[in-house]
Ligand binder design. Structure first.
Ligand SMILES: *[C@@H]1O[C@H](CO)[C@@H](O)[C@H](O)[C@H]1NC(C)=O
Length: 205
């Protein structure tokens, strides 16, 4: 673990991080400085089973706490059908959240569509109609990254909320989402209504 990550945190926090490092996998170690801010069950009450899935905690509780997907998780809150779903304990989902680097490097903003510029020109996003178009595009972008089921098994073809069929394969210990060969960087959360995966690309068409 890089100590530079810890400088900003108080000493008690650092002790906690070190205390919980023992049982962590490779991704847990990377994310540890952020994990501690999640409202997980206190460590001393955790049974081995709860170590896998945090009981009673749902995606909407945790998605905002992972710093490297902050841009995408912010967008999920802007789309009501998506935020409602992630906040519904009875509906499972797998969130495939592009990390911030991916979001910053997108060719177009997630609310833009080349077709809109062809049809409406430079002012495609002006006025009420423009705002509707932007919102629709943003919704489609976010929904391209959400699968309405969890657990999601390797090789199983599923449709995203945007309707596109995807699956994943594991190679050399890394999951890769197909089509597009998008790398799964880590699994940030496993909670009672699903999982949040951090991915190294965009799944929007
Ligand atoms: C929802 O996710 C939880 C946690 O992974 C799992 O135990 C449960 O079986 C899932 N429910 C459905 C309907 O897939």
């Amino acid at each position: 673990m890089k100590t530079s990550n810890l400088v900003a945190y108080p000493a008690a926090t650092i002790c906690l991080i070190l205390a919980v490092s023992a049982d962590s996998g490779p991704f847990d170690t990377l994310l540890k400085p952020f994990n501690i801010f999640r409202p997980q069950a206190p460590l001393h009450t955790m049974s081995p089973a709860e170590d896998q899935v945090s009981a009673g905690i749902i995606i909407s509780d945790v998605i905002g706490k992972t710093q490297n997907i902050a841009i995408f998780s912010g967008l999920t809150r802007d789309i009501d059908p998506v935020s409602d779903r992630l906040d519904d304990a009875s509906q499972n989902a797998t969130v495939l959240a592009p990390d911030n680097t991916v979001m910053r490097g997108l060719k177009r903003k997630p609310w833009e569509d080349a077709k809109d510029y062809e049809n409406y020109g430079e002012k495609a996003y002006n006025g009420d109609d423009g705002e509707d178009r932007a919102h629709w595009n943003l919704r489609r972008f976010v929904e391209s990254h959400i699968i309405p089921e969890s657990p999601w098994e390797e090789g199983k073809k599923v449709k995203t909320l945007a309707g596109r069929e995807i699956w994943y394969e594991s190679k050399d210990g890394k999951k890769r989402i197909q089509p597009g060969d998008v790398e799964v960087i880590s699994i940030a959360d496993k909670v009672s209504n699903g999982e949040v995966w951090v991915i190294g690309g965009s799944l929007a068409e």
